[in-house]
Each structure stands twice: as structure tokens, then as C-alpha cells.
Design a protein around this ligand. Structure first.
Ligand code: PLP
Length: 426
């Protein structure tokens, strides 16, 4: 028996090498996809093999401007040279340790997040691997706070918090929940942005209110500043936690570090993921102040991968670039450019631009057709609702790139409307 090799002369094998280099056509890969992958995402739109900045290429060599950024994840685009070099360097130094140990990148990232979120003394961070896991920690925080006496968690209609059971219980969409009932008990959904409904729902049984400052999956719908303030005041008044889900809005996406904090709200906890690792999986929950930071004690929560040295190094590198290159300043400029340009396009009825989280409504329910026409024309966008297009591009998108989509949109709409009309006739 030969000993397992420990050097880099190992041959990946022809089949694996083809996968890593992206050799093969889209049709070949797609034919294999449905035989090997669970169908939960439907048919993939394209097979992507390479990216650089805001551009990606499919297996057939076609180029796309990625205006979705992995759904608000690729904060600095694809294959950012600094982020990839920090990840590679960390991986070749220390890739993973169990949480019986810590590592400097984990500590430095926690400190950085506390600084950026202006968290008061005594605030703490727990690292997870995704948004849904960050929200599972939030769910447990609410239970730890409320116990059996205060079992209610309030969440909002239209809210999306993830697909694991606790996060799913807080997610409003019936179609996501129903097949998996019974849900974890205690969650109630109340009307979106309705202060009276919130006031009526708040009582001594409420452990926490969990809200997104801007609902991304519902089509980029913001809560008003008044609602956020009322949420803070009423949760204080009734001794409940205010938990902000900033998985989609956080880490510079809206042109500020965190949408809630920039609106003057100090929550009891805030969850993050998506853009935090610049494309590397990581999630986090920040507990604000000593009281909420003491709720989960030793042994009450945990994770194998959360806080991993590579993920935390990726996030440190991402935050460093965002901060040192004034990327948030770029977000504001490009956001305005999109807002002005999109509003002038015939057939666009409303634009909701919060930094580079942008939703725009169409006069007709042709968003799916626009997504398809955009792909053909070399743009990646998304349709969270039948008449809404969402953009969540890299935060370092250039003006030229933004303008290229605005200029292309009239033709994309025309194609989508023509396809819609001919479907109606057939
Ligand atoms: N919370 C919000 C606001 C989200 O938008 C999402 C994902 O879209 C999640 C939570 C779940 O995050 P993940 O898909 O990383 O589990």
C-alpha cells in the first residue's frame, strides 16, 4: 500500500479537471445536472464557469454583466484580486479549526463588526455560515429571552428570513412553509409597515420582533423611518427584543454599513450574511449591549464551520476594501444613476433604489420575460415578483456598466412584452 500523497503533484483526474476548468458545453453540463442535483432550484438559467469584477462567463464563452451579484453576495464582484489573495493566503496557513479554539481573523472580524455597527460596550458576535443560520441564532435568542412565558415572535407579512425551520417559521410565504408544517411554534405575522397593527400585536407575550429594514425578496420594499422608530419604542416599552435581519441590506448594500443603524436604530440584535464574505459563505449575529449578549450562554448554541479562519479572513478583506476604497461612496453615485435612468424608461412605473439594492416595477407582469431577454442580451437580473425586477450588483459597479443596462432596458421590455402578448394569443 502506498501512503496518501501530501503534495501538489496529485492528479485531479480528467473528469474532475474538466469541472474545475469549466471545460465542456453548457448543454453537456445541464444534461448531467438534472441527473445529479436535487430539483429545488428548478432549471439553472446558465452554467457559469468564470468571473472577473462584475462580469461572468458561461460554459459556452458568453459574457454577462452580473447585476444580481449572486443575490447581493458578490460585494466586490467576482474574483477580486485582494480578497482572493487573502483567502488563498489564509487557506494555505490555517484553513479550519474547531470552535474548541479560536483564531486571530475571527477575533479581528468580530471587533470590526462591532466597530462598524456602532455597537455599545458589551456587544458580541456569533459567526454562522449563512443568513438562515444567523436567523436560527436570532430565533434562539428570542426564546432565551422570552422563555415559555413569552413565546411569541412577531415577524412581518412579506418577510423572508431563510429556509431552515426557525427562519422558515419567521418567513411569511405560505408556499415555502406549508409543505413542512408544523412550524416551530409562536411566530405571528403582522401587516407590513403598519404601526397600528404592531401596537395592537405588542403585549407581554412577545419575546421579539424580527424585521428586515427593506424587504428584498418581496421586491425591495422599505419600512418607513417612522415604523422603524415605532418598532424600537414599542419593543422597549414591552420588554421585547428588536431583531433586524440585515442579511440582504447589511454591509454597505444600501450605501451605508447597516440600514437600521443608519436610520438611527440600535437593535438588540442584527443578523448578517450575503455580502459579508464578498462571496465566501459566512453569517453573523451581533447582539447589542450586555443584556442581549448574555442571553445565550456556554453550550447553548454552536456550529462546526462558523467563524472559520478562511471565511473570517474573506470578510476582513472584503470590509477592508469596502472601507479603504470608499466603495460606499460609489454605491451612492451608481444608485442615483440607476434611479434616474430607470425612471425615464417607458413601461417602468416605480423605482425603489436603496444604494445598490434596487427594485423597479413594470406596467405589465413581464418581469420573467425581461429576465430571459436580459440573459440573451448579456445581463443577469432577477424577478422577485411578476412585475418587479431586482438589481443587487457588485458595490464597485462602474457608471459605464450601469448605463449599459439602462440603455438596453427599453429593448428588453419590448422583447418581453412581445413574448407575453404572443403567449396570450396562443
Ligand atoms: N434573510 C434575508 C433578508 C434574506 O434575503 C435571505 C436570503 O435571501 C436570508 C435571510 C437567508 O439567507 P441564506 O440564503 O444565506 O440562508
Amino acid at each position: 500500500m502506498t501512503e496518501p500523497s501530501n503534495d501538489n503533484t496529485i492528479n485531479l483526474g480528467t473528469a474532475n479537471a474538466a469541472a474545475v476548468t469549466g471545460t465542456g458545453t453548457s448543454a453537456q453540463w445541464l444534461a448531467r445536472y438534472s441527473d445529479s442535483l436535487m430539483g429545488v432550484f428548478g432549471n439553472p438559467q446558465r452554467v457559469l464557469v468564470r468571473g472577473a469584477g462584475a462580469l461572468v462567463w458561461d460554459a459556452d464563452g458568453k459574457e454577462y454583466l452580473d447585476l444580481l451579484g449572486g443575490i447581493a453576495v458578490n460585494a466586490l464582484g467576482h474574483a477580486h484580486p485582494f480578497v482572493t489573495s487573502v483567502i488563498a493566503s489564509q487557506l494555505s496557513t490555517l484553513g479550519h479549526v474547531s470552535n474548541f479554539f479560536t483564531s486571530p481573523t475571527q477575533i479581528a472580524l468580530a471587533e470590526k463588526l462591532l466597530e462598524l455597527s456602532q455597537a455599545p460596550i458589551g456587544s458580541k458576535v456569533f459567526f454562522a455560515n449563512s443568513g438562515t443560520e444567523a436567523n436560527e441564532a436570532a430565533f434562539k435568542l428570542a426564546r432565551a429571552h422570552g422563555g415559555k412565558e413569552r413565546p411569541t415572535i412577531l415577524a412581518l407579512e412579506g418577510g423572508f428570513h431563510g429556509r431552515t425551520m426557525g427562519a422558515l417559521a419567521m418567513t411569511a410565504k405560505q408556499a415555502y412553509r406549508e409543505p413542512f408544517e408544523p412550524m416551530p411554534a409562536g411566530v405571528r405575522h403582522i401587516a407590513f409597515n403598519d404601526i397600528d397593527a404592531l401596537r395592537a400585536a405588542m403585549d407581554g407575550s412577545v419575546a421579539a420582533l424580527v424585521i428586515e429594514p427593506i424587504q428584498g425578496e418581496a421586491g425591495v420594499r422599505p419600512l418607513s423611518a417612522e415604523y422603524l422608530q415605532a418598532a424600537r419604542d414599542l419593543t422597549h416599552e414591552h420588554g421585547a427584543l428588536l431583531i433586524l435581519d440585515e442579511v440582504q441590506t447589511g454591509v454597505g448594500r444600501t450605501g451605508t454599513w447597516f440600514a437600521g443603524v443608519s436610520a438611527g436604530i440600535t437593535p438588540d440584535a442584527m443578523t448578517l450574511a450575503k455580502g459579508l464574505g464578498g462571496g465566501f459563505p459566512i453569517g453573523a449575529i451581533i447582539t447589542f449591549g450586555e443584556e442581549s449578549s448574555r442571553l445565550l450562554s456556554a453550550g447553548q448554541h454552536g456550529t462546526t464551520f462558523g467563524g472559520n479562519p478562511v471565511a473570517t479572513a474573506a470578510a476582513l478583506a472584503t470590509l477592508h476594501v469596502l472601507e479603504s476604497q470608499d466603495v460606499l461612496g460609489n454605491v451612492k453615485v451608481i444608485s442615483e444613476l440607476f434611479a434616474e435612468g430607470l425612471a425615464k424608461v417607458d413601461g417602468v412605473t416605480e423605482v425603489r433604489a436603496f444604494g445598490l439594492l434596487i427594485g423597479f416595477d413594470l406596467a405589465e407582469p413581464v418581469a420573467a420575460g425581461v429576465v430571459a431577454a436580459a440573459l440573451d442580451a448579456g445581463f443577469i437580473v432577477n424577478a422577485p415578483r411578476p412585475n418587479t425586477i431586482r438589481l443587487a450588483p457588485p458595490l464597485n459597479l462602474t457608471a459605464k456598466q450601469a448605463q449599459s443596462f439602462v440603455a438596453a432596458l427599453p429593448a428588453l421590455l419590448e422583447t418581453a412584452i412581445a413574448a407575453h402578448n404572443s403567449e396570450g394569443k396562443s
